[in-house]
Design a protein. Structure first.
Ligand code: WTA
Length: 654
């Protein structure tokens, strides 16, 4: 696209109104949203109560709405009884049993349709299988699966019987899996014999075996779904094939009546320490926000085919694959493999093949595909698409415009949804039939979500275009409840900064004169690499766990496709490696980090120095390291540096 056009968009902050025919058919119109916002403003608590009654099926209705007695451990609807799987599957299987719930596209191009009735019966059967293994309500179940319908079935089956699932992304290493099994104390792990990815097979079972054998917590059973047919080690005493487990199980399984506050799942995410936090969500509050935001933001209709490209290992794959769409009775597409297999047209090929109408992905994927030019998407029929979405990181206006023009053909509104693992569902996002969008802005908060931007003292910045901390001022039903096993960390991380007054998201942001929100980035040591959250400390801990490494500091550096890349400064125990030795060591350390955490955490660059820059009080000067990693000129005062001579080494010039 012409640079001048991009320039003009940036300068004028041009906005895009929804196309007229989209407005005419949208689920949420101006009047409806104003009404919702008015209700929320007049009586925040009653607003949520009305939604919860209207949107969810309760086994026993709630009387309590918001319980603040243990704040900031807020509880919602805590005398109500409900089940998430019942609300997703039974409700929709009875309304439209033969409607397709899941279209599954395999990496080698086969596809399969599963109806709501079938999904309910498969889930119930597997739930009975889990019961046979002795899984009870509150037990934790780790799911380490390929992106296939069985991953969703496993999650829904846990929800059905009240077990708490903890899905671990299949790209994480055995070591990361082990940490999560230990932290959650999970007695069951559900995995597969392998996952297809980019034409290769990822040996999930082998990683599970390593994790389980090294875990200090005893895993009783490993359930293995056969996806590839690869030969695997099979421990007869511990392992059980999925198909054997379900073979004699009834395909009816009564959904467990659970308290609204019953934990639905734990999902680990990165924070500012080396140890990922187990974000714990509740049942009713979470599914309420998942369902309503899904219906509003994605304007879902009965014949839509919704495709969210996120893996179930991330929150987006929880809320907008495994729960939100199924709660709303929608048809989703699940794609097993890599976006570039067998070529970079694969996403568009899938959109054409299955007549996808709503497509939701991460800016990093858009940027990666944009690099290959306009001709590839233009060679597919993308006329079925009517709405596009993005999530996970700020989208740069260039990528937004490409998405708008080439993929959406200027016909599809784009919903840029801001939210987090902790918030459970979309918090700030356009509503596609109403909101004028601006490339790079996630626009305005959802009804009932009270967002503000505050200064260091917690006072609203007030003025437009003034940056500050993004905070949520009132509790909302799908907020995280705690950090699994570490409530103090929950309080310290999200509430301490402003004495419990607001939820602190950890992002900085500003609001423009039209009230649109712009996310500027994280204020903590969390990176956003290819749309994945990663703590710099996690990578640092992995590096220093290597016997050759004495010290390490990791910072982010802006990256054209990934958003941010990982830059590591390392001090080795012996002599500082140079030349060929340095290259070998870099490779060895990159592999080491992949083994410790997963391939997504591999540093893009590693530089060796004799020391790390520290202040006289011994603190690593991270701001300086960020400047160096970006190849920017050093303007800050380095006179407090203990050893100025290392600057050249850090800059890679010595
Ligand atoms: C970032 C993903 C800008 C943000 C759902 C947040 C975004 C973190 C957006 C959460 C967006 C997410 N625009 N930044 N639309 N969406 N982020 O927990 O920094 O994986 O705090 O949840 O991603 O990442 P998480």
């Amino acid at each position: 696209m012409a640079d001048e056009l991009i320039e003009s968009i940036l300068n004028e902050s041009r906005s895009f109104a929804p196309p007229k025919d989209f407005i005419d058919q949208a689920n949420i119109d101006e009047e409806k949203v104003n009404n919702l916002k008015k209700q929320a403003k007049e009586n925040h608590i009653q607003y949520w109560a009305t939604l919860a009654k209207d949107q969810l099926e309760w086994f026993q209705p709630f009387k309590n709405i918001l319980d603040e007695s243990k704040a900031p451990n807020y509880e919602w609807f805590n005398d109500g009884v409900i089940n998430a799987s019942y609300n997703s599957l039974d409700v929709n299987a009875s309304k439209s049993p033969n409607k397709t719930a899941i279209i599954f596209e395999t990496e080698d191009g086969k596809s399969e349709h599963i109806t709501y009735k079938e999904l309910l019966s498969k889930t119930s059967q597997f739930a009975n299988g889990l019961k046979k293994l002795g899984v009870e309500p509150m037990d934790r179940v780790v799911i380490y699966m390929p992106m296939c319908p069985e991953a969703v079935i496993a999650m829904q089956a846990c929800a059905r019987i009240g077990a708490i699932h903890s899905v671990v992304f299949g790209g994480f290493s055995s070591n990361a899996l082990k940490d999560r099994i230990e932290d959650a104390k999970s007695k069951i792990v559900i995995t597969a014999d392998g996952a297809y990815r980019g034409g290769n097979i990822i040996p999930l079972k082998q990683a599970t075996d390593e994790a389980v054998s090294q875990s200090s917590y005893k895993v009783e059973n490993v359930v293995v779904f056969q996806r590839t047919g690869e030969k695997i080690e099979f421990n007869e005493k511990r392992d059980v094939w999925w198909r054997d487990l379900v073979s004699n199980c009834d395909s009816n399984c009564d959904p467990e009546p659970l308290n609204a506050e019953h934990p639905l799942f734990i999902l680990y995410t990165s924070g500012s320490t080396g140890k990922p936090k187990g974000i714990q969500h509740s049942t009713a509050g979470y599914i309420l926000h998942a369902k309503t935001t899904f219906s509003w933001v994605f304007d879902i209709k009965n014949d839509d085919v919704f495709w969210c490209t996120a893996d179930v290992g991330w929150i987006t794959g929880h809320t907008y694959v495994a729960y939100g769409p199924l709660l709303a009775g929608a048809t989703i597409l699940i794609y097993e493999g890599a976006p570039t297999f067998p070529d970079v047209g694969r996403f568009w090929d899938i959109c054409e093949k299955h007549a996808v109408t709503i497509f939701y992905t991460a800016p990093t994927a858009i940027r990666a595909l944009m690099k290959h030019g306009d001709e590839i998407p233009q060679s597919y029929d993308l006329s079925s698409l009517r709405l596009l979405g993005t999530v996970g990181e700020p989208i740069n206006p260039e990528a937004w415009m490409w998405y708008h023009r080439i993929i959406g053909q200027e016909r599809c509104p784009i919903v840029d949804t801001w939210w987090q693992t902790e918030t459970g569902g979309a918090m700030i996002s356009p509503l596609p039939g109403i909101t004028e969008t601006k490339p790079g802005s996630c626009t305005t908060p959802m009804p009932g979500i009270d967002v503000d931007i505050v200064d260091e003292l917690g006072e609203p910045v007030g003025e437009a275009n003034q940056g500050g901390y993004l905070v949520i001022k009132k509790p909302w039903p799908s907020m995280l409840r705690t950090i699994w096993g570490d409530n103090q960390r929950y309080i310290d991380t999200y509430w301490e900064k402003f004495d419990g007054r607001y939820y602190v998201a950890g992002d900085s942001a500003y609001r423009d004169e039209d009230g649109c929100h712009w996310i500027m980035g994280r204020i903590d040591d969390v990176l956003n690499v290819s749309g994945h959250r990663l703590g710099t400390m996690e990578v640092e801990s992995a590096l220093v766990a290597n016997e050759m490494v004495a010290e390490a500091a990791v910072v982010g550096r802006p990256h054209e496709v990934k958003g941010e890349s990982i830059f590591a400064f390392v001090v080795t125990k012996g002599e500082r490696p140079i030349g060929e030795d340095a290259k070998k060591m870099q490779e060895a350390l990159r592999e080491w980090v992949a083994e410790q955490v997963g391939a997504i955490a591999k540093p893009d660059e590693i530089r060796f120095s004799d020391n790390l820059p520290k202040t006289r009080s011994g603190k690593i000067m991270r701001r300086l390291l960020r400047v160096i990693a970006r190849d920017e000129a050093i303007t800050q005062d380095i006179s407090t540096l203990e050893d100025e001579s290392i600057i050249k080494q850090l800059q890679g010039e010595d």
